[in-house]
Ligand binder design. Sequence first.
Ligand SMILES: *[C@@H]1O[C@H](CO)[C@@H](O)[C@H](O)[C@H]1NC(C)=O
Ligand SMILES: *[C@@H]1O[C@H](CO)[C@@H](O)[C@H](O)[C@H]1NC(C)=O
Ligand SMILES: *[C@@H]1O[C@H](CO)[C@@H](O)[C@H](O)[C@H]1NC(C)=O
Ligand SMILES: *[C@@H]1O[C@H](CO)[C@@H](O)[C@H](O)[C@H]1NC(C)=O
Ligand SMILES: *[C@@H]1O[C@H](CO)[C@@H](O)[C@H](O)[C@H]1NC(C)=O
Ligand SMILES: *[C@@H]1O[C@H](CO)[C@@H](O)[C@H](O)[C@H]1NC(C)=O
Ligand SMILES: *[C@@H]1O[C@H](CO)[C@@H](O)[C@H](O)[C@H]1NC(C)=O
Ligand SMILES: *[C@@H]1O[C@H](CO)[C@@H](O)[C@H](O)[C@H]1NC(C)=O
Ligand SMILES: *[C@@H]1O[C@H](CO)[C@@H](O)[C@H](O)[C@H]1NC(C)=O
Ligand SMILES: *[C@@H]1O[C@H](CO)[C@@H](O)[C@H](O)[C@H]1NC(C)=O
Ligand SMILES: *[C@@H]1O[C@H](CO)[C@@H](O)[C@H](O)[C@H]1NC(C)=O
Ligand SMILES: CC(=O)N[C@H]1CO[C@H](CO)[C@@H](O)[C@@H]1O
Length: 801
Amino acid sequence: MRAFSELAVALTLLGVSSATNSSSASLLSSGSVDLGDYQAAYDKAKAFVAQLTNSQKITIITGGSITSNSSNSSVSWTALNNKDGFAGINQQYYVSAFPMGGALAMTWNREHFEAEAKASGREFYLMGYNLINGPVAGPFGRTPYGGRYAEGFAPDAYLNGIVMEKAVKGMNSAGVVTIGRHFILNEQETNRSASLSSSTTSVYSSNANDKTIHEVYLWPFADGVHAGMGAVMCAMNSVNGTGSCESSKVLNGLLKEELGFPGLVLPDVGSQSTSYGSANAGLDYGSSSYWSSEILEAGIANGSFTQARLDDMAVRNVIGYYFAGLDDGSQPSKAATTEYRDVRANHSQLIRTVSKESLVLLKNENSDGRGLPLQKPLVLSLFGAHAGPGMTGPNSAFSVMGIDDPYDGHLTTAGGSGQGSLTYAVSPYEALAARARADGSMIRYILNDTYTSSSSSGMGGGSIPSMSGNSSSTGGMGGYAPDGASSNSSMSMGGGGGGGGGVSISGSGTALTPSFENYATDSAVCLVFLNSASGEGADRTVLYHADQDTLVNTVASNCNNTIVVINTPGARLVDDWIENENVTAVVYGSLLGQESGNAITDVLYGDVNPSGELTYTIAKNESDYPVSICYTAQCDFSEGVQVDYRYFDANNISVRYPFGHGLSYTTFTYGDVKVDVTNQKALESKYPTGVLSLGGQKDLFDEIVTVTSSIKNTGNVAGAEVAQVYVSYPAAAAQPPKQLRGFEKVTLQPGEEQEVSFALRRRDLSYWDVEAQKWAIAEGTYGVHVGASSRDLKSEGTIVV
Ligand SMILES: *[C@@H]1O[C@H](CO)[C@@H](O)[C@H](O)[C@H]1NC(C)=O
Ligand SMILES: *[C@@H]1O[C@H](CO)[C@@H](O)[C@H](O)[C@H]1NC(C)=O
Ligand SMILES: *[C@@H]1O[C@H](CO)[C@@H](O)[C@H](O)[C@H]1NC(C)=O
Ligand SMILES: *[C@@H]1O[C@H](CO)[C@@H](O)[C@H](O)[C@H]1NC(C)=O
Ligand SMILES: *[C@@H]1O[C@H](CO)[C@@H](O)[C@H](O)[C@H]1NC(C)=O
Ligand SMILES: *[C@@H]1O[C@H](CO)[C@@H](O)[C@H](O)[C@H]1NC(C)=O
Ligand SMILES: *[C@@H]1O[C@H](CO)[C@@H](O)[C@H](O)[C@H]1NC(C)=O
Ligand SMILES: *[C@@H]1O[C@H](CO)[C@@H](O)[C@H](O)[C@H]1NC(C)=O
Ligand SMILES: *[C@@H]1O[C@H](CO)[C@@H](O)[C@H](O)[C@H]1NC(C)=O
Ligand SMILES: *[C@@H]1O[C@H](CO)[C@@H](O)[C@H](O)[C@H]1NC(C)=O
Ligand SMILES: *[C@@H]1O[C@H](CO)[C@@H](O)[C@H](O)[C@H]1NC(C)=O
Ligand SMILES: CC(=O)N[C@H]1CO[C@H](CO)[C@@H](O)[C@@H]1O
């Protein structure tokens, strides 16, 4: 309808340096952005705002409501109900706790990305919330220590962007407005805010170059905008020394002028610090103390602020409401926090499905009957606090300013505004005990990481007086042989009393002295459960826990079928024990929400064949990671685009488990790769030519190359494989050795073979040309690899430009 292309060309000529307040304020009203699906919402928003007085507009942009009696007009507006959470509603009774964002990403399943967001979004909708603080594209995962790692998706722009796209679509389809957060370079909790931490003297500034910002951190937000994200939360941190919510270059420049973002920008807590500065920089929603009618009207009068910008802000505040269809008036009113409403439907089934599909089988040595899956083991022993319910139940408060690490109980969610509201949490103990009962297995457990029997008051404890005489070969005195027990009782099995706190006698049969060693010794399988905890407000300090690693080694030295299960917000190192031949399998995942124990049990017993893949690298040592936490006021992102596997590849560092790794109970083979250029003309144009649309120039999202290969299930059970496409670029693009640019998850029956195809978009083959301020396709030869992980490439094709 409008001459989009001419306007877009004019706009592009201005480039990013054109982050001028006036051009940005008129971006929507001038028709410079091809609004696509947002056009109808824009028209409604504009018509609505046209009826408002300035004072009413200011009420709306400061979060107020307009009632017709108070304003003496026919106009009314009810402030949107904003709420924390993505993987379920934060701090709300009777809702579902879904797998955290990090777990969702580990499924590598686009349908799940959308389905979870839709189901979660539906609960928000029915509880009366309509402006949702999620999904979370940043923290992106620059450092594995980041406290909020579990809320985000993956330290890979492509995968993170695909989850963003689907998550936004899913939540939008539930009728709510999504807030992509935190914009931008919000990679750690330490020193995030001077007002929230006594030790912080100044909020940190993330300093990254233009190429890094575009190729790494901005990318997933572009996918979110492309998918219809209605709001963005600017971050607590500064960027290049200017507060994210005060930076015209960040908000007007990157977000609005470059990504064509049509919605509202609102600040994270305490992140607005000026009146005209923030408004002119692109903040659309803020505090009435900075934005009183007096201040803003005075600004309009003397030129510090403009009428056009106020109108733009008002439109941006209401456009998402129309886009989500909230103007149909059918959303229920906001529920009280403790109110019962029937919103959960059958979501627990989806939660269990997503959870079990997110679990990654890191290691499995099952050729001699050990390892996974379990088959009715006769004696099943569980170890570690993470195996059982926490002493104080699933709803313990996790302080916003950090939580203990690790958590003393089964951990299913993170702390802070991403914390799930659990009506229940199934622990592994609960699910495994039910399974053991059904199978006729004997179950033993010590639900503690550091248990010693002297800390227990049970029989066989260290306080029991010694008996005269000892023929046990190990340790000191003590022990108790109940009458009627095996005649070999007090003399059998030293069992490694060393860890037993002075207890040498193991008891026997069903009356063992409780110790890790004794329980492990004649178990058919020993399951050791480990977690790491973190959340909003504090970062992790370690990537492993010595006590837990000792637990694994103690169990493994007495049990030749030790299987480790880990739930962790981000990377958890395994090198202390991974090469122990008695550690036969490792199941690894993020934080899974309410059905956690059921999902873990489904995988352990092979009710589902594991198909999750790592969304980040597990290194061998902490020191292998390039970035830890920054404690200074200036945080330079000197690693540039070398985040996660890009860094390990570029520096040829051997890793424990690479990005994209994940085993199955079956095996797969890959066929050759075929590469078809489906839009040669597009490939020959160095720069995109499309109009500015949602997410950037429109043709950046055009699919221009198709990659095909075939996958065959060569094992005995059905299973799903995530085939991954990695692209290597001509030198001119100055890219890491390779980058993920496609993936497909295929489910195959035994012996079945399927062709799998991947569509590469123009943007997937582009690098950010800093000079031109555009995405560019490089001249030369692109390598296109299909493989099972970033370090297990099976076959290769090329594209010559
Ligand atoms: C407009 O934005 C620029 C940055 O691009 C900023 O320096 C300037 O102060 C802003 N203008 C006003 C009137 O705030
Ligand atoms: C406006 O009307 C509502 C009911 O429609 C009433 O609750 C409220 O008190 C009124 N406000 C004023 C300022 O009269
Ligand atoms: C309300 O509006 C009417 C007409 O629009 C006007 O006559 C009246 O004075 C207004 N009342 C107040 C209290 O502003
Ligand atoms: C950052 O946090 C650390 C530890 O909490 C503190 O010692 C340091 O002073 C803070 N740095 C700044 C710049 O505030
Ligand atoms: C931050 O500074 C770097 C280095 O000067 C520059 O390349 C980049 O464009 C700046 N970005 C922002 C958003 O200020
Ligand atoms: C405009 O008025 C505001 C409010 O009085 C004042 O803070 C600001 O400095 C003025 N700006 C100019 C350019 O006069
Ligand atoms: C949950 O219910 C919806 C409709 O109520 C249905 O479409 C969906 O298939 C159900 N999901 C499962 C896993 O049963
Ligand atoms: C675990 O055991 C240690 C000592 O063995 C004890 O200090 C700690 O309180 C126990 N933890 C729980 C949750 O029982
Ligand atoms: C006692 O141990 C001996 C040798 O280890 C074994 O032959 C015998 O069966 C055991 N007796 C019982 C009752 O377990
Ligand atoms: C593992 O230990 C059990 C005894 O607990 C033994 O029967 C089995 O042969 C051992 N398996 C291997 C492969 O060493
Ligand atoms: C493995 O377990 C067996 C007991 O089944 C034990 O004898 C052996 O020492 C263990 N090996 C290691 C490396 O811990
Ligand atoms: C009374 C007795 O036999 N004591 C023995 C118990 O075991 C220790 C360790 O093997 C021996 O040193 C004691 O002599």
